[in-house]
Design a protein around this ligand. Structure first.
Ligand SMILES: C[C@@](O)(CCOP(=O)(O)O)CC(=O)O
Ligand code: SF4
Length: 395
């Protein structure tokens, strides 16, 4: 890979050990994936924040780094709400480690507004064609597919390296040739809300890491696309998809029809709705969690409308970013008046607080895919309305 003299200097350690390590990671990845050079990135989003997922080894690695990031950089959700962790049942020992992780990242100039939906936040919006180094898989999918920006699915260390250097290798989804659809997916029945998550859950398994072009009977909103992409990145490894007539590149670029077509039937979606993932028994869900990926302002509003005048009986988590929650205090208040919790900085997957529950009801195909394995809690998907009913909010 070609390096400028400045980049060579960094690699030689002339700008310190942290930057040398960061450059070494970028160059190693660039060489593996055939990058011709490094390109500047507009922002970085760094996964590997929850103490539950990175542990002491991760904390040690981050604590050893020095310096300041070169581009706006932000963290993925942590293992707890930084303000309400006690109420979540988080142990003080966990909280202490979690706060150390956040402090170590902040020392590098990284924003500790922990979220997987940075695109809703001031300073992290992206536009079509922007090059990014994001790592949370749903954020990567949204950036590539819904926004038309360009990012590979960075690992935590490679996103952090890109943040410190301000660049990433020019390979993978940064290049036009890798953004061409290689499989068609046809859905000829109407879909809405959580159907897109259920569709993504099924489609991701069949698509693997290819780039699909969807032909849909209904027109998804950006929140529905968020749910579709998140689920495909979890049950498969889809980092970019197109939807005919909807997503930016499908509208701007002429793509040839892929050779393979997958058709997804309504009955396949119905089966997903009927199954409890992670357990064969007909369990009763004792926690309901929505906001995977983190809720948009529109989603918070819809939840508030559905909970209006109701009192829930089970634990109901609504996960979002602190910045979005703070922007709409009245909406948060309307949701919490029902007894639900609007939790920030964290989520049902990366927090240890959901472990030990009997069964979790979710409205997300991604949470359905991850909760059983990462929280050891069986999960069931339902529409947002069903989730709220399940929490007891039908009184
Ligand atoms: C499950 C996920 O959304 C969150 C866990 O990631 P981490 O703890 O930030 O490494 C990661 C991903 O899908 O990229
Ligand atoms: S598991 Fe869901 S809510 Fe948690 S970080 Fe990933 S997309 Fe966001």
């Amino acid at each position: 890979m070609y390096l400028t003299s400045e980049e060579e200097n960094i690699l030689d350690g002339e700008q310190g050990e942290t930057l040398r390590k960061a450059m070494e990671i970028l160059v190693a990845l660039g060489d593996i994936y055939g990058a011709d050079s490094l390109i500047p990135v507009k922002s970085a989003q760094i996964a590997g924040v929850s103490y539950k997922t990175i542990g002491d080894a991760g904390l040690e690695w981050i604590s050893d780094l020095e310096g300041t990031v070169k581009v706006p950089s932000i963290l993925n959700p942590a293992g707890m709400d930084m303000v309400r962790w006690k109420e979540m049942g988080i142990e003080p020992e966990f909280a202490e480690k979690q706060l150390e992780i956040i402090a170590a990242y902040e020392k590098l100039g990284i924003s500790s507004k922990c979220t997987c939906t940075p695109y809703y936040l001031e300073g992290f919006s992206a536009t079509c064609g922007d090059h990014l180094a994001w790592s949370e898989s749903s954020a990567v999918s949204y950036a590539n597919s819904v926004i038309g920006a360009r990012t590979n699915r960075e690992g935590g260390p490679s996103a952090l390296s890109a943040a410190l250097v301000g660049k990433t290798g020019n390979y993978g989804y940064h290049l036009d040739e890798n953004r061409v659809p290689t499989v068609s997916v046809v859905v000829d029945h109407e879909l809405s809300g959580s159907d897109y998550g259920a569709l993504g859950y099924i489609a991701g398994k069949e698509i693997g890491n290819r780039v699909p072009m969807f032909h849909l009977a209904s027109t998804p909103t950006s929140d529905e696309l968020k749910g579709l992409g998140a689920a495909m990145a979890a049950s498969g490894a889809v980092a970019l998809y197109h939807v005919e007539g909807v997503t930016p590149e499908a509208k701007q670029v002429h793509f040839d029809k892929p050779d393979e077509t997958i058709t997804i039937q309504r009955s396949q979606l119905d089966e997903v709705y009927e199954t409890i993932i992670g357990n064969e028994d007909d369990l009763e869900c004792d926690i309901v969690a929505v906001g995977c990926p983190h809720c948009s302002p529109e989603e918070l509003n819809r939840i508030a409308d559905l909970l209006e005048g109701k009192r829930i009986e089970k634990e109901l988590w609504v996960c979002t970013s602190r910045e979005v929650a703070q922007r709409y205090p009245d909406v948060v208040k309307r949701i919490e008046e029902s007894g639900s919790k609007v939790l920030c900085d964290t989520c049902m997957v990366v927090s240890p607080a959901t472990e030990g529950h009997n069964c979790m009801m979710v409205n997300s195909g991604k949470a359905l895919a991850y909760v059983p394995g990462m929280c050891k809690v069986p999960a069931k998907i339902g529409s947002l309305e069903t989730c709220i009913k399940k929490a007891g909010g039908d009184n």
